[in-house]
Design a protein. Sequence first.
Lengths: 382, 88
Amino acid sequence: MNDGILVLVVMTALAFDFTNGFHDTANAMATSIATRALPPKTAVTLSGVLNLVGAFLSLSVAATIASGLVNTHLVTLTVVFAGLVGGITWNLLTWFFGIPSSSSHALIGGVIGATMAAAGTNGVKWHGVVSKVIIPAALSPLIAALIATVGTYLIYRLSRGVPDRTRSHGFRIGQIGSASLVSLAHGTNDAQKTMGVITLALIANGTVDAGSEAPFWVITSCAIAISLGTYLGGWRVIRTLGKGLVEIDSPQGMAAESSSAATILLSSHFGYSLSTTHVATGSILGTGLGRKGAEVRWSVAGRMATAWLLTLPAAGLVGAGCYGIAQGIGGTPGVVIVFVLLVIGSALLYLRARRRPVSHHNVNDEWDGATAPANAKEPAAA
Amino acid sequence: MDSWIDLDALWKIVVIGLLAGAGLPALFAVGLRAVSLPGRAGDAPAAGEADDDRIIGTNPLGIAAGALCFALVLAAIGWGIYSVVAGT
């Protein structure tokens, strides 16, 4: 029992939830922002609210993140903490470079890395990792891309000859509706993962009994953290996903979001907690394939795929390293020092990003191959 | 059943995913097409209005068919959300 460490773990978990939110705003809203179906600020507000609702909607998958992947009896507070730091670090780095990468994988990678550092390779259930994480991660973008390709093809085929005004008006409504569904699905999926982690920490600390459900304050605080993060908006990632990968039009946006919503909801129904990012990216890619003449920038897709392959090992290394530092120093001071390092690192990265900011002002600027548009200026000193 | 991949769940996700994720948007597109149908050829422009601003066509049957399509899409989404909430 160590309530000091527990408080830090809960704070770190909520910070992770926050980064999860702003990293993943793009999954639901990048296409609506890119096609101007919604003004950027409205889009992130809507997405934030729906994430909040979604987080309360379904409470079935909480606590699945660790069970089945690591031997839970080996998990201590320090392990959970180090894993979270690994996840946050990877989320912030990929945000900085504008790469949509999976927050779930970052968290899983961090926890696995920290567990390995604490208990060796035997602490990890490798069969579970491959069958529950790696195989679904490889399949889900392909399935989403397939559905989006078929959907895009059908939509363009069936709406041929519809007057332009009806078309653009109708598909924008469809796009907003389908993007809202993705936001809702994101809330039901991703907020749960953090609830599971906090509950795990509470169990590890003996605060609640093993097998308990997430207490209400955990549910509420996670819901608020993820929706605040979503509202803040990860503009760098939104830009890459909305403008960088494929130039998209409203009908394609609707096809992409419908495919994402269907894939995410169905998979979680069948017990696969998969990455919303992988699904959304697959869908957007598919919608580029389904429309004749649409340009898919494979170099951007390749950069994302590389980041996906690196997510688990990179977050794992950071998780293991943090566990090493915290354990090496020992006790509460060790955890506090890693926490301080995390805060300093995040602040430095934030300041670095401010030099070439991407915000709701320039998120839709012409894609010139860079995360931040060429004209992005350092904000005038206030 | 394979211990690495749950093929049974996989094909269900693909098939139902195609129906919901591609079929519903397609139905929505059909609905749009239906509501935008003109009544009789040359009818609408003769009315002398700014017809380019029209979003909805003038064919009552088309509007009804389109509304049915939209209602089906909404019902499917509602059922989907319900099954997620109830499936806890």
